[in-house]
Design a protein around this ligand. Sequence first.
Ligand SMILES: *Cc1c(COP(=O)(O)O)cnc(C)c1O
Length: 417
Amino acid sequence: MSSPRFEPTTTAGISTRSVHSGAMPEAHTGSVVAPIFQTSTFMMDTPGQTRAGFDYARTGTPNRSDLEQALCELEGASFAAAVNSGTSAEVAVFSALLRPGDEVILPRDVYGGTFRLLQNEYVRWGVVIRTVDLTDAAALAAAINDNTAIVWVETPSNPGLDIIDIAEAARLAHSANALLAVDSTFATPVLQRPLELGADIVVHSTTKFINGHSDVIGGAVLAGDGTSCPRAAEVVDRLESHLASVGLGISPFDAWLTRRGIKTLPVRMKAHCANAQAVAEWLEARDEVAEVIYPGLPSHPGHEVAKRQMSGFGGVVSLRTDTEERALALVANTKLITLAESLGGVESLIDHPATMTHLSVAGSEVSVSGRFIRLSVGIEDVDDILADLAQALDATAAVEIADNHHSPSAARPLLIG
Ligand SMILES: *Cc1c(COP(=O)(O)O)cnc(C)c1O
């Protein structure tokens, strides 16, 4: 009855795994694409005896399992939990592994929501957070102490695109018996696999490139198998126990959409990387742009580390304009490129972090300058993206003269950098 079929393993290429891992034809009907199992509970034959290991949907569903298997095989992980947001993935890590008195070391450039989560929700339970420039290994070595429980690395970082040496951070964290967690959202497993570099935990906002179509909020937490992570068994045990108790799991439909998105992840990343490189190089030649930040540019301070630990530089380009007025005018004048939060979808999006994604950290040690813009470069034809940027930059010339007497900075607390 059964016909031979391809069994993906981590020895298959990453494009093959993206298409096939956790995406076997459905056993009952042979449907090539798994159906959405929209149920909260599963029949048992006798008490405790399930058909396929599923009993109640808080703890697991077939669509979630398919997605988790794919994520494991892409990342080279032995454990994956697909949860209902990237932030929930962070909650799982912090709640499962921290105790009062523990310290978390955070990079100076970090997703604003990560900082806010720790500051608002964990500090009152006795967790201490320290912000350190983790692009400087000596600064990390100096900050680590007996209370350090987790070193949290985000690379490339949101929105500053800092590059942190993962292998070096793992070495330093492990020397103090701390765990290294890497938020690898901007890279995806196609461009960077932190577990292979010694990280203990990987977190993704699958909302971004992994799903890739701006239609799902989701996240994932992954862990290794103990070969490079000395405390893997303990980490997985804590995560499993926490996740089963709390119920952060992604819904069947969102899991199904994300699994579908993953099928094209390698081809999308290739297109994102090529377009982002072209956009970065084009922006470097514009006078209105004071600084272009992209790990694929030789001018980026993390270029060499990125070349070593990534197989591509990602789809996000950040820039600083010469004035804050110009930054606000630029984001208001793009047409093809949509002004919106989020990133990593097939469509290009532009963000002014100081007033949008990173407003919650204004005035804090991780605040973002008002001259700063984050551009998520989509997979449209690059000439169309460049033409839109050209017309929007041209349009800022007039706005700047008109707004000469009005400084948006004056209305808000001064932002750093
Ligand atoms: C978006 C994002 C998150 C949070 O993910 P959500 O899915 O929005 O909860 C975490 N880290 C990074 C780097 C992000 O870009």
